[in-house]
Design a protein around this ligand. Structure first.
Ligand SMILES: C[S@@+](CC[C@H](N)C(=O)[O-])C[C@H]1O[C@@H](n2cnc3c(N)ncnc32)[C@H](O)[C@@H]1O
Length: 220
């Protein structure tokens, strides 16, 4: 998926992925990570997700990364918060108490940029990317995060022959092949996502499952 694809989606207001409420999986499963108060949490490909507000309310410091300026500006506007905007290299960093969002290409971020994030939250980030970019995404996550860290990952699994992404299907076997080398993967929930997806129903899918995983980085 090229940058233009996402920038146009935001420009045209085609943001069906955006949820008007805080994600229920986040609320339910985040405590499993047992983070220290004040933990820095990386939210890759964050859009203008309200989940970031919830993380701030839990006492986390959120470090978001998002390509679209419209999304980032929208996030702060809708919260009624005036961010401080600083230019750092190729990024514009929007900051307010409890949060900074790096507006630019996630793949260009460095560990130095984001600081010591001990956790990440991925909802609709990995599954937004086609397979070749997903491998790069995992490598980038590993480059950005310290050896001791954990995260919550929400994926979808369905028959990719019947429906094009995004969101893409990320089967458990893909995670085993590309993620399990460095991370311990624990599936914490699995539920039907078909009946809340008119697009999937129209495409004739018989199953679409949402999986939530806890990932814990294995020290080598
Ligand atoms: C499917 S949306 C999910 C947004 C958010 N995680 C949510 O749950 O609402 C994917 C987001 O990733 C952003 N994005 C795509 N490629 C990116 C990149 N290379 N760097 C930063 N953001 C990117 C898009 O602009 C879009 O907002």
């Amino acid at each position: 998926m090229q940058a233009d694809f996402w920038l146009q989606r935001w420009q045209a207001g085609q943001i069906g992925f955006h949820q008007a409420q805080v994600n229920r999986d986040l609320r339910q499963h985040w405590p499993l990570l047992r983070l220290e108060p004040g933990a820095r949490v990386l939210v890759p490909l964050c859009g203008k997700s309200l989940d970031m507000n919830w993380l701030i309310e839990q006492g986390c410091y959120v470090v978001g990364a998002e390509l679209s300026e419209a999304a980032v500006a929208g996030y702060f506007n809708e919260r009624g918060v005036q961010p401080q905007i600083t230019r750092k290299g190729d990024f514009s960093v929007y900051a307010a108490p409890g949060i900074e969002i790096w507006c630019g290409d996630f793949f260009a971020l460095t560990a130095h940029d984001i600081g010591h994030c001990t956790a990440f939250y991925d909802r609709a980030a990995l599954i937004a990317l086609p397979a070749d970019m997903r491998e790069r995404y995992v490598q980038q996550l590993e480059a950005l995060m310290p050896q001791a860290c954990s995260g919550l990952l929400v994926t979808l699994e369905y028959d990719q022959n019947l429906l094009e992404g995004p969101p893409f299907s990320v089967p458990h076997t893909w995670l085993q092949a590309f993620v399990s080398g460095s991370w311990e993967i624990t599936k914490v929930s699995e539920q039907d996502a078909l009946h809340s997806s008119p697009k999937a129903l129209r495409a004739g899918l018989e199953r679409m499952d949402e999986h939530v995983y806890m990932l814990e980085r294995q020290s080598r």
